[in-house]
Design a protein around this ligand. Structure first.
Ligand code: FES
Ligand code: FES
Length: 228
């Protein structure tokens, strides 16, 4: 028996299509059939990352769900059968609430023309879904496929390093230093050079303004795909 119905999920909603051209890419389908234009068309050949979305897949023998960032411009939509796709529209918006991944890149000035931003956001989002506490090395690897012609990358990395293990360690060390200085830890008192350094803001954002990232609040893998 030949099955010719494509069934998959996009941002938690089921898509059923009996009339799919096997030549359609996932990017074409998202933008033209579902009108989800947040995912951008840049190079159309896997080089720029503007079309990045997350796909989630259940490994039936083990019951493990894997999350992966993919280039939608290279992915045939027919390959999505039985999978869940998440696009930038599915994680948050200014009308509802920004996801911390969106909020942090905005507050750290990591988006200028904004064309690369949905792809960069989705690369970070997929990394967090796969590894809720990534390392700086994980971060560097996750962004190998995303190009940005405006920002020079620094504000993007500065924003997203706040999700890493190293950032948490650095934060607790500087809090300890601050505490010890406040308690008179240096004989130079007010003239202590470290105190001056800590008092001068060197960051391009105030991380205290960031909403915390809460992995348990993420969209769940569609229960129907567990059974089909
Ligand atoms: Fe450039 Fe897909 S559009 S990688
Ligand atoms: Fe313009 Fe990245 S913000 S390409």
């Amino acid at each position: 028996m030949i099955f010719n119905t494509l069934i998959f999920y996009v941002n938690g909603k089921e898509v059923v299509d009996e009339n799919v051209d096997p030549e359609w890419t996932l990017l074409w389908y998202l933008r033209n059939k579902l009108r989800l234009t947040g995912t951008k068309l840049g190079c159309a050949e896997g080089g720029c990352g503007a079309c990045t979305v997350m796909i989630s897949k259940l490994d039936r023998p083990t019951g493990v769900i894997t999350h992966l960032a993919v280039n939608a411009c290279l992915t045939p939509v027919c390959a999505m059968h039985g999978l869940a796709v998440t696009t930038v529209e599915g994680i948050g918006s200014v009308r509802t609430k920004l996801h911390p991944v969106q909020e942090r890149i905005a507050k750290a000035h990591g988006s200028q023309c904004g064309f690369c931003t949905p792809g960069i956001v989705m690369s970070m989002y997929a990394l967090l879904r796969a590894t809720p506490k990534p390392s700086m090395r994980d971060l560097e690897i996750a962004f190998q496929g995303n190009l940005c012609r405006c920002t020079g990358y620094r504000p993007i990395i500065e924003a997203y390093k706040t999700f890493t293990e190293e950032w948490e360690t650095m934060q607790s060390i500087s809090k300890d230093k601050e505490r010890s200085l406040t308690n008179g830890g240096c004989p130079m008192g007010e003239n202590c050079c470290r105190k001056v350094r800590i008092a001068e803001p060197t960051e391009i954002f105030d991380s205290n303004e960031f909403h915390p990232y809460e992995p348990t609040q993420e969209i769940i893998f569609p229960p129907k795909l567990h059974m089909s």
